[in-house]
Design a binder for this molecule. Structure first.
Ligand code: G6P
Length: 612
């Protein structure tokens, strides 16, 4: 949530920062701004709207300079406007700051600063922070690094910040607590950003700044301290990210590219982890807890959004294969209860970004109560993998489209492997059953590939229902999370109101909504509840609803009743979410495109939700 980029070095800073902001737009896209220092002074450009608006606005202006900071915003305090956009400036207009996060005690600080004569232009918490730094520097007569350190010791909240000073045009100051920040290490130049995507094309080495660290960054110098003033030795890591992964690769949208990447991403996720020939699952990241898993009786999954849906699929998989009781919790609810949890429990936190504030808070609570925490994350080196005891990366590659697609299937793949791994430790499956499930799991990428061939058919179906005002998604058992995920995809990118429901629950409410205008998507594959779902389809048919059914290849029964059918390859019921979700992703995608929506950056949403 909010993307930040900074540069100091010998190159022109503007194009680097601007391009970086475009790469980070998935984090927030309601306004943006850049502050740049040059020999004649400095310039600050800020505009409501997308980064392209800022780009157009600044085209004929002086954008020269070798040091700059830029920000793309997802509004928390104050509406998206030119004034509320970052960078924000100190009272004397000397210091400029970009900030991702929230300063919780900003109102108290603001009052004190107003009493001391500060005047504020915006409604943001960020502007208060830069005025506070200025005030401390004036009172203490210290250098900026020390003033920032002292100020950060007095604020409550989360932040990743970068500051430039007109009076010291060769330095950036960066700090983080609870929001990510990575420093790119070049030759005579440094980059700072919310994640590595803006800097991957310039440097190979990065330093992930840790919580409570503050950095002084000059062209030839880097100094990192803790907020308690202790100097740190930075850990330089090689960047694994590839530039191609951040480009659309010929697809019209990132979302479509990411949907089509799923045969590969699911395969990458399983690579080196499953061995069908020997019937073994190896999960190096949680291996140290193999003995604990032997005796585990309860697992709690915490997550938000699509990751929560993956958690529901995980509940089915772990209970089915490992016979361990699973509870799936919204992290945002879990954190504000007094959850009953102790050192015998394992908590699995699922997060694509590895930065979601509610999921992080839920982890902290579970940790305080003594539970063992596993993380399932996609972004390597993000905050969640650092605060968990162990974990399994999804290795789906960067996901740029705000609507999660390949991250979901990779999360479900990891949960399938975890379920089978626990089953292996507990001996709840016979060796031959385990081997046959692993063989089937290995075949999933190929089956996804086949499914993608139906893209044109799905597009035709999308054209038929694109004008609907509402849509219902129904499924049972392992298909229920698929129904929820199908509905979420549709509502978030096409703005059609959609609900996912367990098919049998339809008669307790949603059935009242059904008329000839209402598309109802059924996951009606051949599994244990097939007959029951057929009855539900008949109930909808009797009320003239438009039936779209996801069916098993070769199905004849449902085809007689449904208006439109999409076939998926046969598979064990437990693997259904890995297959049935794909056509629903495509359906949502095509409907959104036909409705003229911004598929990759739907309104009001952000990919990384670092505020609660
Ligand atoms: C946001 C994103 C969703 C995502 C959710 C949880 O709402 O738009 O796509 O599922 O956050 O994010 P996480 O990174 O924790 O999986």
């Amino acid at each position: 949530m909010c993307g930040i980029v900074g540069y100091v070095g010998y190159r022109d800073a503007w194009p680097i920062v601007l391009k970086g902001l475009k790469r980070l737009e998935y984090r927030g896209y309601d306004s943006s701004g850049i502050a740049i220092i040059n020999v004649d002074g400095f310039n600050v450009f800020k505009k409501a709207g997308k980064v392209s608006v800022l780009d157009d606005f600044a085209k004929d202006k002086d954008r020269s300079g070798h040091i700059a900071i830029g920000h793309t915003r997802w509004a928390t305090h104050g509406a998206p406007s030119d004034i509320n956009s970052h960078p924000h400036s100190s009272n004397d207009n000397r210091l400029h700051i970009i900030h991702n996060g929230i300063i919780e005690n900003y109102l108290t600080l603001k009052e004190e600063l107003i009493n001391r004569g500060h005047e504020f232009k915006s409604e943001t918490d960020t502007e208060v922070l830069i005025h506070l730094i200025e005030e401390i520097q004036n009172i203490e007569q210290t250098d900026l690094l020390e003033a920032v350190r002292l100020a950060l010791n007095t604020v409550i909240g989360a932040y990743a910040i970068v500051i430039i000073d007109r009076g010291n045009p060769d330095q950036l100051i960066a700090a983080r607590k609870g929001s990510p920040l990575v420093i790119g290490v070049g030759n005579g130049e440094y980059f700072v950003a919310s994640d590595a995507t803006p800097i991957v094309e310039y440097v190979k080495n990065v330093i992930y700044l840790k919580d409570n660290e503050i950095a002084l960054i000059k062209r030839e110098e880097l100094l990192i301290k803790k907020l308690d003033n202790v100097i740190q030795t930075p850990l330089i890591q090689e960047l694994e990210l590839k530039l191609e992964a951040l480009e659309k690769g010929g697809f019209e949208h990132f979302m479509l590219k990411e949907i089509f990447e799923q045969p590969r991403s699911v395969k990458d996720c399983m690579r080196g982890r499953i061995y069908p020939a020997t019937g073994k699952v190896e999960l190096g990241g949680i291996k140290a807890y193999a003995d604990k898993l032997k005796d585990i009786n309860r697992i709690i999954i915490v997550a938000c959004g699509t990751s929560w849906h993956a958690g529901l699929a995980g509940e089915y998989l772990i209970e089915e294969f490992a016979r361990v009781s699973v509870e799936v919790e919204y992290a945002s609810e879990f954190r504000y209860r007094n959850p009953i949890i102790d050192e015998k429990d394992i908590v699995i936190a699922i997060s694509q970004s590895g930065e979601t504030a509610d999921t992080m808070a839920a982890i902290e609570i579970a940790k305080e109560k003594g539970a063992t925490i596993f993380g399932i994350c996609n972004v390597v080196g993000a905050s969640i993998p650092r605060i968990t005891h162990a974990g399994v990366y999804t290795h789906a590659g960067p996901e740029i489209g705000v609507a999660s697609t390949k991250a979901f299937t990779a999360q479900v793949t990891v949960l399938t492997m975890i379920a089978l791994y626990i089953a292996q430790q507990k001996g709840t499956l016979t060796a031959s059953k385990l081997a046959s499930l692993l063989t089937e799991l290995e075949e999933i990428p190929g089956k996804i590939q086949t499914l993608l061939l139906d893209n044109d058919l799905i597009k035709e179906i999308a054209a038929q229902i694109k004008d609907a005002g509402n849509c219902l998604f129904l499924g049972r058992g392992s298909a229920f999370p698929v129904a929820l995920e199908g509905a979420l995809k549709l509502k978030e990118i096409s703005y059609i109101h959609a609900e996912g429901y367990p098919a049998a629950e339809m008669k307790h409410g949603p059935i009242a909504l059904i008329d000839e205008q209402m598309p109802v998507v059924f996951i009606a594959t051949k599994n244990s509840s097939y007959e029951k779902v057929i009855s539900n389809i008949q109930e909808v048919k009797a009320r003239k609803g438009i039936i779209i059914a996801i069916v098993t290849k070769g199905d004849t029964e449902v085809k007689k009743m449904a208006d439109y059918c999409i076939e998926i390859p046969d598979a064990d019921e437990a693997f259904l979410p890995l297959l049935a979700t794909i056509p629903l992703q495509l359906l949502a995608y095509h409907i959104a495109v036909m409705r003229g929506c911004n598929v990759d950056q739907p309104r009001n949403l952000a990919k990384s939700v670092t505020v609660e």
